[in-house]
Design a protein around this ligand. Structure first.
Ligand SMILES: NC(=O)c1ccc[n+]([C@@H]2O[C@H](COP(=O)([O-])OP(=O)(O)OC[C@H]3O[C@@H](n4cnc5c(N)ncnc54)[C@H](O)[C@@H]3O)[C@@H](O)[C@H]2O)c1
Length: 242
């Protein structure tokens, strides 16, 4: 499906990133995986059958110059999937602006703004290239105690809708908004609230799997989504409709 195509995945060595990268490499893509985790390359290589399809960069993508230094030689990029993010609680008390808001915005949204700016021309050289930004249920309904995170995930939706309109028909831009997915990221909040309380608000009565999110991202990267742009796809077991 993705033979000859280069796809960038940020947050690539995380819970959703690993099955996604494995899937994309298995479907023939050359994946440029980026993550702040210094052990990310080993984590990914142990999961991927053909490691020659994988290029790994350990980076936080902290500014546009860094993004250009990493990706400047890539003349043709078919896809960008932005999974990088951190989920940090806040109380709206003294110091939260610098201690929580700034790093949360940097890790979830500022990084992909600079990344997009640095690879835009390479994306537009491909026919109907794809961008998938990963937001969250936290934006759709507001996560109490995670105000900065909810704001950052909303900013990604605004960015995606703006880019979808700006770049159509050459480039398709969509958002995936997961609910409670069984990775390490939501474990603290699940423990705090109790698993029964969490499952009680999910119509599907279970957590989602990382692979179930990866499969929706694959759809948005692939040929079957050729007429889908500017959309937010919830992968949340029905929470938003309930
Ligand atoms: N798991 C869930 O329940 C859930 C729910 C809603 C949204 N999401 C979103 O899905 C995405 C992936 O979540 P996950 O469950 O795989 O989480 P995860 O914590 O397992 O993975 C996130 C990855 O991003 C990396 N990262 C963090 N900051 C970075 C930065 N500045 N630059 C590069 N990499 C960075 C981390 O090292 C980690 O590998 C996140 O954006 C998250 O907000 C997850």
């Amino acid at each position: 499906m993705f033979e000859g195509k280069t796809i960038i995945v940020t947050g690539a060595s995380g819970g959703i990133g690993v099955p996604l990268v494995s899937r994309l490499c298995g479907l023939g893509a050359r994946v440029i995986a980026i993550d702040i985790n210094p052990h990310g390359a080993e984590i990914l290589q142990s999961e991927i059958s053909d490691a020659s399809r994988l290029v790994y960069f350990c980076s936080s993508l902290e500014d546009e110059q860094t993004c250009r230094a990493i990706l400047g030689k890539e003349t043709h990029i078919y896809g960008l999937v932005h999974l990088a993010g951190i989920f940090v609680p806040d109380d709206m008390t003294a110091g939260d602006t610098e201690a929580v808001y700034d790093p949360v915005m940097l890790a979830n949204v500022r990084n992909v703004y600079g990344l997009y700016a640095s690879i835009r021309e390479s994306l537009l050289r491909e026919v109907h290239a794809r961008v998938v930004l990963v937001s969250s249920l936290a934006f759709r309904r507001g996560a109490p105690g995670h105000t900065a995170y909810s704001a950052a995930k909303g900013a990604l939706v605004g960015m995606a809708r703006s880019l979808a309109r700006k770049e159509a028909p050459n480039l398709l831009v969509n958002v995936v908004a997961p609910g409670f997915i069984d990775t390490t990221m939501p474990q603290k909040i699940i423990a705090k609230r109790g698993i029964d309380a969490v499952l009680g608000e999910i119509p599907m009565k279970r957590l989602g799997t990382a692979d179930e999110v990866a499969s929706v991202i694959q759809f948005l990267l692939g040929p079957d989504s050729a007429y889908v742009t500017g959309q937010v796809i919830n992968v949340d077991g029905g929470i938003i409709c309930s």
